[in-house]
Design a protein around this ligand. Structure first.
Ligand code: GLU
Length: 515
């Protein structure tokens, strides 16, 4: 068997939705797994919906996630061009072939005439469909003489080409995810194949290109399942049925609440990104947030997406791209919708951040630290890696959750401090500064040992001293090991923070006793 040729075929009608990235991923994984070819095809035949910058966005999203196409508008390849807008002649040729064979026909119905037919059907309690039951009464070439038709074609009258769908037939095809799918042709309309603007519809271009590009597997979202019946009819009409690709329709991605399809508006609604990268929408002036800008690592996003519809059948959750290639298969894709659980995405991100090298960690946090206005040396960021690597959900949160790493706390958790201050002897604790001062080689180990042995000797409870020391250094009760933090802050800064906090503790304590 030849190796698979799969395609990711987005329409550049806006930014790539996260569901689109999942489609790309499953195609990519399947190709890589079997040594096949991953193709990017830009389906840009709908001029009305074309959005400037969308193709660029799609390519950048693929690059960011590490899924470079083997063939595509930029990569080139033997089956190009890979933008449908550059393949018009081909579609015209194939359309003519269908018309000549009597499998497709011209229709001249004006939008007004179609509206009228629709209203008439509705008045009868029916839904209008351009099909075997209605086409006889409409303005098309089916009953026209060749002369009459040619005369009309010679004018600039608007016309479309429609597929002739036979009544009372069954369309049967098999889907890798859903098994055998059956549809009656009585449910199907005579789809427009060629539009009045001379450009093909999605259906025609998609089928022609899958055939011409020798696509072996069509892996795409479930929303395309109903269209597949028409595609199968097209393969039959062209006589390509032997070469029809296998179909795999991926389950829907559902809202975080579990009901309804995830939409682009859900990002703002649930406070999470639903696009791989930020997108400034020119039409509405809105900005849609992206995983990349929200501080997610591509590996984490990929791992998270892989599990929206697929699972390996084992307990293992962590899979980088190469591991996914090995574990992935189409037969492990589920039928039921997958919930977009943003907490799970953060969990994956946290896992991947915790595995970063010191250098990669420093690279990751540097932009947000700088943006927050902290002037921090590379050396310090490297030193923070072991302390903070396991404590971040996103790349951006270091300057907020860990502001104390860069600047002394501007507030203290008084409630937590007071709990300890009730029993603390601050005159005794006033020696802490001197003890720290006396630590000759300033590192976490030395500072910790000396402070603790001083406390033991003077019967100072560690349960009181250590929380106050932590509050002095960080402002609150969370954060990394407090002696390691002190090491990174440096001796002088640590002592200074302690002294500042001590003064604050004194006033808190006197308020307590006055109360
Ligand atoms: N252009 C379609 C889209 O935007 C492609 C669907 C398919 O893969 O056939 O998703």
């Amino acid at each position: 068997m030849s190796t698979p040729r799969v395609r990711f075929a987005p329409s550049p009608t806006g930014p790539l939705h996260i569901g689109g990235l999942r489609t790309a991923l499953y195609n990519y994984l399947y190709a890589r797994k079997l040594g096949g070819t991953f193709i990017l095809r830009i389906e840009d035949t709908d001029q009305k919906r074309y959005v400037e910058g969308a193709e660029q966005y799609i390519r950048e999203a693929l690059t960011w996630s590490g899924m470079a196409p083997d063939e595509g508008p930029e990569a080139g390849g033997d089956y190009g061009p890979y933008r449908q807008s550059e393949r018009s002649e081909l579609y015209a040729k194939y359309t003519q072939q269908l018309v000549d064979a009597g499998k497709a026909y011209y229709a001249f119905d004006t939008p007004e005439a179609l509206d009228a037919a629709r209203s008439a059907a509705e008045a009868d309690g029916k839904v209008f469909r351009y099909d075997s039951s209605t086409r006889g009464g409409l303005d098309n070439s089916l009953e026209m003489s060749a002369d009459a038709l040619n005369a009309r074609l010679a004018t600039d009258e608007a016309r479309v080409v429609r597929l002739f769908v036979q009544a009372d037939e069954q369309v049967v095809f098999s889907d890798v995810v859903r098994g055998t799918v059956r549809m009656s042709t009585n449910e199907l309309d005579d789809k427009v194949l060629m539009k009045a603007d001379g450009l093909p519809t999605y259906h025609l271009a998609n089928v022609v290109d899958d055939y011409e590009m020798k696509i072996t597997h069509v892996i795409r979202g479930e929303e395309w399942l109903p269209s597949t019946a028409h595609h199968v009819l097209l393969y039959d009409a062209f006589g390509f049925r032997q070469n029809m690709p296998a179909f795999a329709h991926l389950p829907l991605i559902l809202k975080p609440v579990g009901k309804g399809k995830l939409s682009k508006r859900d990002g703002a609604k649930f406070g999470m990104p639903v696009f791989p990268m930020e997108w400034d929408d020119q039409a509405s002036g809105e900005t849609f947030s992206g995983f990349r800008e929200s501080g997610f690592l591509p590996d984490a996003v990929i791992n998270f997406l892989a599990f929206l519809g697929w699972n390996p059948g084992t307990e293992q959750e962590m899979f980088n791209l190469e591991e996914l290639v090995v574990a992935f298969d189409l037969d492990k894709i589920g039928k039921s919708g997958a919930r977009f659980d943003f907490d799970k995405a953060k969990w994956f991100n946290q896992q991947y951040i915790s595995q970063l090298s010191d250098d990669a960690f420093a690279d990751m946090v540097a932009p947000s630290v700088q943006e927050a206005g902290f002037d921090v040396s590379r050396e310090k960021l490297l030193a923070l890696a072991p302390l903070m690597r396991e404590r971040l959900n996103t790349a951006n949160e270091l300057p907020t959750t860990g502001a104390y790493l860069f600047t002394s706390p501007n507030a203290f958790d008084d409630k937590q401090a007071e709990k300890r201050l009730k029993k603390a002897d601050l005159d005794q604790l006033a020696h802490v500064g001197a003890i720290l001062e006396g630590v000759s080689s300033w590192d976490a180990e030395q500072a910790g040992t000396q402070l603790k042995s001083w406390a033991n000797e003077h019967e100072v409870k560690l349960g009181i001293l250590l929380p106050l020391y932590r509050i002095a250094l960080t402002g609150g009760m969370s954060g990394p090991d407090v002696f390691e933090l002190g090491e990174v802050l440096g001796k002088e800064e640590t002592i200074q923070r302690w002294e500042t906090a001590l003064a604050h503790f004194r006033s808190l304590q006197s308020n307590l006793s006055a109360a």
